[in-house]
Design a protein around this ligand. Structure first.
Ligand code: ZN
Length: 78
């Protein structure tokens, strides 16, 4: 699904299964569990396959059933 050269450093991007990954969606976040993402071996940049991005869009549109919702703390740093 991944195995391509990193666009930042030309390192190899390898697939890694992660238990939880927060992905941006229109100024908010969607959390996917047990999702295969791409991680650059050299610089650690993260990549998301089109199927992962599509799933996030489906959740945003409400066409993919959501299993649970978590609250995230928000603080203004300045
Ligand atoms: Zn890289």
């Amino acid at each position: 699904m991944y195995d391509f050269a990193c666009e930042h450093c030309q390192g190899m991007v390898r697939e890694r299964m992660v238990a939880r990954e927060a992905l941006r969606h229109k100024g908010s976040f969607v959390v996917l569990e047990d999702v295969p993402i791409g991680v650059c071996e050299k610089c650690g940049a993260r990549y998301f396959d089109a199927s992962v991005v599509r799933r996030v869009a489906e959740i945003g549109r409400g066409t993919c059933p959501v299993e649970k919702t978590v609250e995230v703390p928000v603080v203004r740093f300045a």
